[in-house]
Design a binder for this molecule. Sequence first.
Ligand code: 4NP
Length: 154
Amino acid sequence: MVSVLFVCLGNICRSPAAEGVFRALCLREGLSVSIDSAGTGAWHAGNLPDIRMRAAAKNRGIDLSKQRARQVQQADYRDFDLILAMDQSNLADLLAEAPPNRTADIRLFLDFGSSNERDVPDPYYGGDAGFEKVLNLVEDAALGLLQHLEDNAS
Ligand code: 4NP
């Protein structure tokens, strides 16, 4: 089974949203994918996703309440086929920490999106619009990622 790890900084806003949206999409489309998320930082390890992110996702029918934050581990670089960074800073941090024997392909999540935007902006210190923007970008890139996995499966 293909495995995908979504990564942001805190693992309480963007990557949990990506995990929830992509899991729901795969379930709906009947595609079997192993999905998780993590943060490059450990500040929020063990915590639920941010309450604002949970509320915004719930409005779109996505339940994030089963998720708990965790930090990226060295084993992730071998356990996952695809590690998808939410922004270029997360990507740089992931590459800097990657062990030489990594097998995971490490990319920007928005490489699979339909717009020219490269980063899912960090919504943590902003208002509600930032969380809607995260979900818009994540929903769009999730469709592209699904297509990519389906193309590569056949
Ligand atoms: P995330 O957002 O990386 O999308 O989970 C953040 C959450 C917390 C912090 C920064 C970004 N923080 O600085 O605590």
